[in-house]
Design a protein around this ligand. Structure first.
Ligand code: PLP
Length: 452
């Protein structure tokens, strides 16, 4: 098949997320054919640095033979077996034990799904089941955050705080609420320190819980560092303050570590970085480096003891997927985690991340750059029309998208989130490669910037 034919068929036959046929055709499909290390190559043979690790996920790079081998071995040995009722399979057991071990035993049990969306959907059902089991059927509301991203299934899309995921779908569901995004640059008041900002957000959360009635509020969910909402690193005191409010009103804390888990921020889990002690954790993406679809819900003893031991009037926990604990996905995850540990990729995220953060922060004086933010190997550069007033560009001008487009022409894949440009390269990136990535971005910013 020729690249032209593939491009035409892609537009004709495949429905893509977040575009339509007209826009897809106009932009021209970008079809990747192979990958190697931090690079991917399109059907024309053009090389790109994958500065987003695919969808924030390919930790070990695009050509890891050990993951292919782990999948092959498991497929030959036992390609599928489920985990319903008392049935199980070896890799899913080993993976559950490994994940609990990685949390230092702070979490007690794992439940597997195919995607981060399903994992968060599962947590919503677990939270509801938990409160039903405790005889508190009214304690069901879940508070999420504006600009948070938790997936796209009905409940997960409701948790997501982005208008594009709600509009036209009659979402969010009732009982799901959103509080303020912890983005100091945009949400902070004039003269307000980051600490005062965090205090205000915690006070707003408390006011929301009190207004709704604490007996109706079950859980609070957030990404330790927001990803798809624009890479928002909260103030240092934000999580401890928010968590204290949750504890005061017996509100469960859910840390969605789908992006941050497995080293992205320079720590194995970002919960450790911010002192979050979650009741639930959501893991996916870097769990298998996306070589296989897999996600995990981890729960602590407090909730596990209710969910796993309850069988009263509600019956046992009636929820599970055909592929929950899929042995091939689990075998790939185990090998992927082994590689992350053996190669010190968490430490590398801190070291190569320091290079990336230093280079991007050096752009803070650039006339088009309003804010540079990030930690470890996740970052964003927010473009502004006016530096002093922080005025954004007219959305019609597509400032972020234009810079991303220019970067793609220059062999670097990034992601535009409105006026912000996001960075999230594979954890295997070397310090020298991080410099090259930054060089290409700088050049792209200057080239595209003249037209903004
Ligand atoms: N949670 C977070 C923090 C995510 O970033 C994502 C995906 O980007 C999801 C959940 C949903 O995961 P999936 O796309 O696998 O359904």
């Amino acid at each position: 098949t020729t690249p032209d034919h593939l491009a035409r068929s892609d537009v004709a036959y495949q429905l893509h997320a977040y575009t339509n046929a007209e826009r897809h055709r106009a932009e021209g499909p970008c079809i990747m054919a192979r990958g190697s290390g931090i690079h991917v190559y399109d059907t024309e043979g053009k090389e790109y640095i994958e500065g987003m690790a695919g969808l924030w996920s390919v930790a070990v790079g695009f050509s890891e033979p050990r993951l292919a081998e782990a999948a092959r071995r498991q497929m030959e040995c036992l390609p599928f077996y489920h985990t319903f009722s008392h049935k199980s399979n070896v890799p899913s057991i080993e993976l559950a034990e490994k994940l609990i071990g990685l949390t230092g035993g702070r979490m007690a049990q794992a439940f597997f799904t195919n995607s981060g969306s399903e994992a968060n959907d599962t947590i919503v059902k677990m939270v509801w089941y938990y409160n039903n089991a405790l005889g508190r059927p009214d304690k069901k509301k879940i508070i999420a955050r504006q600009r948070g991203y938790h997936g796209v299934t009905i409940a997960s899309a409701s948790l997501t705080g982005l208008p594009g995921n709600h509009r036209s779908f009659d979402l969010p569901l009732p009982r799901i609420l959103h509080t303020r995004c912890p983005h100091w640059y945009r949400e902070g008041l004039p003269g307000e320190t980051e600490t005062a900002f965090a205090d205000r957000l915690a006070a707003e959360l408390e006011a929301m819980i009190l207004a709704e009635g604490p007996e109706t509020v079950a859980a609070f969910i957030g990404e330790p560092v927001m990803g798809a909402g624009g890479v928002i690193v909260p103030p240092e005191t934000y999580w401890p303050k928010m968590q204290a409010v949750c504890r005061k009103y017996d509100v469960l804390v859910i840390a969605d570590e789908v992006i941050t888990g497995f080293g992205r921020t320079g720590r194995m889990f970002a919960s450790d970085l911010f002192g979050i002690e979650p009741d639930f954790m959501t893991l996916s993406k870097q769990l298998t480096s996306s070589y296989q679809p897999l996600a995990a819900v981890l729960m602590n003893e407090r909730v596990a003891s209710v969910i796993t031991r309850h069988s009263g009037e509600l019956g046992t926990f009636g929820h599970g997927y055909t592929a929950s604990g899929h042995p091939v996905a689990a075998a790939v995850a185990l090998e992927n985690i082994r590689i992350i540990e053996e190669r010190g990729l968490v430490e590398n995220a801190a070291a190569a991340g320091a290079v990336l953060q230093r280079r991007l922060r050096a752009l803070a004086g650039h006339p088009l750059v309003g804010e540079v933010r990030g930690i470890g190997l996740i970052a964003a550069v927010e473009l502004v029309a006016d530096k002093a007033s922080r005025a954004p560009f007219d959305p019609a001008g597509q400032a972020g998208a234009r810079v991303v487009r220019q970067a793609q022409d220059n062999g670097l894949i990034l992601r535009g989130i409105q006026d912000s440009v996001a960075f999230c390269p594979p954890l295997i990136i070397t310090e020298a490669q991080a410099e090259t990535l930054a060089d290409r971005f700088e050049r792209s910013l200057d080239e595209a910037g003249t037209a903004l």
